[in-house]
Design a protein around this ligand. Structure first.
Ligand SMILES: [Zn+2]
Length: 170
């Protein structure tokens, strides 16, 4: 504590207050949990139970309950390596679409036909060099920095869905 410049002391990355942009490499991806469901009308997050529908819209649209349906959005935990450390960050739909190259629903339906699609996609993205902008979650309970934007750096980068379509032709 007393000595300054202790070599083992970590830069307090997690303390950032404004978004910061870093160059990083994708180390791994939690391919078991790529999505969450939202109400397609009001975009509220729905419970994981596939049968559940939006209680808010079901209530207000009670004259037409079938109107309330759900869609999937990406929410992916990714380990990235920066020049100083490895950290786990969370990537929501807009950022994840850049890497996957399709909507979460499209990916989900592709993965239903091709059961290894999620594993293959995350393998395909491992080692990718990205410039990411990280921001501190607004929700104080959230434990991971959030990726607000992502730019693939390799000139021949291709989104995961393209790799998958080559591997699993229709
Ligand atoms: Zn709703």
């Amino acid at each position: 504590m007393s000595s300054s410049g202790e070599p083992s002391r970590k830069r307090p990355f997690i303390e950032i207050d404004k978004p910061s942009t870093v160059l990083c490499t994708v180390v791994a991806m939690d391919n078991k949990n790529l999505f969450y469901r939202v109400c397609s009308v009001c975009e509220r997050t729905l419970p994981d139970n596939p049968g559940s529908s939006c209680s808010y819209c079901n209530f207000t649209n009670s004259f037409n309950p079938s109107n309330s349906s759900s869609r999937r959005l990406f929410r992916v935990l990714v380990s990235i390596a920066t020049d100083t450390e490895i950290l786990v960050v969370i990537m929501f739909d807009r950022a994840a679409r850049v890497l996957f190259g399709c909507s979460a629903d499209e990916f989900f339906h592709f993965a239903k036909i091709h059961p290894y699609a999620s594993t293959t996609a995350s393998k395909a993205l491992e080692g990718e060099i990205l410039t990411v902008t990280l921001s501190k979650p607004k929700n104080g309970n959230a434990q991971h920095l959030r990726v607000v934007s992502v730019i693939p750096m390799r000139s021949d980068f291709q989104p995961a869905i393209h790799t998958l379509r080559e591997l699993y032709p229709p």
